[in-house]
Design a protein around this ligand. Sequence first.
Ligand SMILES: [Zn+2]
Length: 291
Amino acid sequence: MKKTHKIICLLLLLAMSAVACCVPASALAFGDVDGDGRLLAADARMVLRASVNLVTLSEEQKKAADTDCDKAITAADARNILRLCVGLGNTDDSCMNGMDGATLVGISQKGYRIYVKNGMTYVDGLLIANKTYALPSSYNPGALLNECYDAFDKMQTDAWYGAGLYLYEISGFRSYETQQNLYDRYVATDGKAEADTYSARPGHSEHQTGLALDVNSLYESFADTAEGRWLAANAHKYGFIIRYPKGKTDQTGYIYEPWHIRYVGVEKATKIFNSGLCLEEYYGLTSVYAD
Ligand SMILES: [Zn+2]
């Protein structure tokens, strides 16, 4: 009797937790049943439970779990998710949320799906440019993207009126060609190995994304100025992360750059800031040149 009671309680808890963790549809994508942005065995387990009616999935979760888009949650979906977790599966574009026409090329070490669309790499909806992932030379937004520009504008205003500090852009968007010239110049001066520690090869610069900019100073001492300290403490509130933090050179592939900020949106910036990790660690990505 007691044992049955326990099992019923457990099932109720499972059902409740499934219903309670409803997440906005935008957070969900193909196979990511709990909407945490990752594709893990836990997602497959949840689908298996749902398929034998042990848990109830929300409408959004059902949509995300339905890997073959047949509108039914079955063990086949769980199998498919498991295969995707280990990088064996393929995706059906029509199932994907905001990634139409994208191809799943792998799963990161932290379980995030890595998509390629038009030659560009996306993880958790973020365009990735680092030493592993390059942008095509044809990608040229021409300037900072609006969301990045507007966020910086707001941050600049708040820093000025709230703290009397002046933040200003010294380098924003850089085209593939501009980066090529810059990198070639550095290589001519310092040699390739040295240049690679502080300047990106063309196609690998985050400045080409239109979502990154350098502010105020290109010296490490910027970190100890009032502006540098304010930026480090507040950038995430505006959707920016300090992209190449101190002590993360092995992960990011770059020296500490307290001036280089990348726009990822407030929600993700806050999560990354609170994690104390750099972008590569947070998503389980590498940043290493192939040659
Ligand atoms: Zn920069």
